[in-house]
Ligand binder design. Structure first.
Ligand code: NAD
Length: 482
């Protein structure tokens, strides 16, 4: 597969970057460059925002009805499914994911377009009883031009998660995917054109975050920003948005806990807990990266977890094992650094997965690792690693479990494992988190389920009907009819 995705898609056309610069993209499983993307500048972002603005204000896109937009979204979902093998191959090569994980990501991507295709004409306004002689209606309107900045961990799914609801409501969009993995997005805009999206509805500009990404968030022609990525860059985006008085959705990181009580069904819990951290090599904002275990069963739990975790195998995408490589050499170094520091601090390694024979020696692989009896004040207990590293900490009682679950700055997802129904309800209420699962876990699962964080995990909601509200604004209409 030869990737030549070195142009931006703006106003329905493939355009060379204005300043002509390109940058290489690397294959995580081999460390080799396999294509070039446009290294866009402010001038490219100006063109993309201009194209989106014309599409929204005067173009065919701005005149579409909700039903027409729903049909386009549904058609795109169908095209994604009929091109799934090609899209999955691009995604696996660009990110290093195991083949079956990339396959599942493409199905999830299609689901976003199916779900929001069906939802597009179901976002209704309201009528409010008011003074005699008045009619008051509340309309839902698109923001106008929305900017979307994506991370590299689930590039295909993120394309659907952020664009499908924004388009369903009628916004014209400008996307800046992550420079480390954007090939699938570039193929998807071709499919979107085939699905009938008119020029300017979806524009894509690739390049570096601090150049193209910052130019987009700072652009006065952008009316709303959706950002998924690190907390540090999220803060930059929010400040850039504040400079021109717009709001943003921030989907940032996590240090999501599994809280395991002594009465939990461990046979059911352990495989779910292992998958929730090794999925996508732990590069999942909602990865379950902490296990908090009631002290009474700590030793039993740790032995069962070690047995399951030591069977985890890491390899190249085509080997289709549990984990692939880490996305870049830089991230590999960061993840390995967390493991090395925890070991140097004397923290016990409960288990490690295995890297399969035959992987390329220059690939960005790390051994999945579980640390036990992790001190609460060690960085690995509260900082996001964004790799296949699990920490296990004992707790004393229910109050201690809640304190520990809420002891990081993050609040994205949590799981509670107990058979006690009243305790389940108390924990759901007390844990500070955008989602709480009981006796199950879904890292990134469920297009239908509103998703988003508290604190350093961000704000705003994506997925479900909640995303339609975030990608629109209300207008209150007051008519004096006497
Ligand atoms: P990142 O913040 O470095 O990059 C994300 C995007 O922001 C990229 O497209 C990048 O080009 C862009 N960017 C970087 N600097 C920028 C700047 N100064 N101005 C504007 N844009 C800029 O994050 P990452 O390395 O891609 O992803 C890792 C982090 O993202 C982790 O912390 C992870 O938890 C988080 N994440 C969160 C979610 C979620 O849904 N909550 C999903 C994926 C990743």
């Amino acid at each position: 597969m030869k990737v030549d995705f070195s142009r931006n898609f703006i106003g329905g056309q493939w355009l060379d970057p204005v300043e002509g610069a390109t940058m290489p993209v690397y294959e995580p499983a081999t460390g080799k460059a396999f294509g070039e993307i446009a290294d866009s500048s402010q001038a490219d972002v100006d063109l993309a925002v201009g194209a989106a603005r014309r599409a929204f204000d005067d173009g065919a896109w701005g005149r579409t009805t909700a039903t027409e937009r729903g049909r386009m979204l549904t058609r795109l979902g169908d095209l994604i499914l009929s091109n799934a093998p090609e899209l999955s191959a691009i995604e696996a090569r660009d990110t290093g994911k195991p083949k079956s994980v990339a396959d599942a990501d493409i199905v999830a991507l299609a689901r976003y377009f199916e779900f929001y295709g069906g939802a597009a004409d179901k976002l209704h306004g309201e009528v409010i009883p008011y003074l005699g002689g008045y009619h008051v209606g509340v309309l839902n309107e698109p923001h106008g031009v929305t900017g979307h900045i994506l991370p590299w961990n689930y590039p295909a799914q993120m394309f659907g998660r952020t664009l499908a609801p924004a388009l369903a409501v009628g916004n014209a969009t400008v996307l800046k995917p992550a420079e480390d993995a954007c090939a699938t997005s570039l193929r998807l805009v071709e499919l979107a054109a085939e699905a009938g999206f008119p020029e300017g509805a979806i524009n894509i500009v690739t390049g570096k975050g601090h150049v193209a990404g910052a130019a987009l968030a700072a652009h006065h022609g952008v009316d709303f920003m959706s950002f998924t990525g690190s907390p540090e860059v999220g803060q930059i985006i929010q400040k850039l948005c504040a400079d021109h008085y717009i709001t943003c959705t921030l989907e940032l990181g996590g240090k999501s806990p599994h809280v395991v009580f002594a009465d939990a069904d461990l046979e059911a819990a352990i495989p779910v807990i292992v998958k929730a951290i090794v999925q996508n090599s732990g590069q999942t904002c909602s990865a379950g990266s902490r296990v908090l275990v009631e002290r009474a069963i700590y030793d039993t739990f740790a032995a069962l977890l070690a047995d399951a975790f030591s069977k985890v195998r890491v390899g190249a995408p085509e080997m289709d094992l549990d984990c692939g490589p880490i996305i870049t050499a830089k991230q590999q170094g960061r993840v390995q650094g967390f493991i090395d520091r925890a070991r140097a601090d004397g923290i016990e390694v409960i288990a490690q997965g295995q890297i399969a024979d035959g992987v390329a020696s220059d690939g960005y692989f790390v051994r999945p690792t579980v640390f036990g009896h992790v001190p609460r004040d060690n960085a690995i207990a509260y900082e996001e690693v964004f790799g296949p590293v699990l920490t296990v900490l004992p707790f004393e009682d229910e109050a201690d479990a809640v304190r520990l679950a809420n002891s990081t700055e993050y609040g994205l997802v949590a799981a509670v494992w107990t058979r006690d129904g009243a305790r389940q309800m108390r924990l759901v209420k007390k844990i500070r988190s955008g989602q709480v699962f009981v006796n199950c876990y879904g890292a990134g699962a469920g297009i239908e389920l509103p998703f988003g964080g508290a604190g350093k995990s961000g704000h705003g909601r994506e997925k479900g009907f909640a995303a339609l509200h975030d990608f629109s604004k209300t207008k209150t209409m007051v008519i004096n009819h006497g």
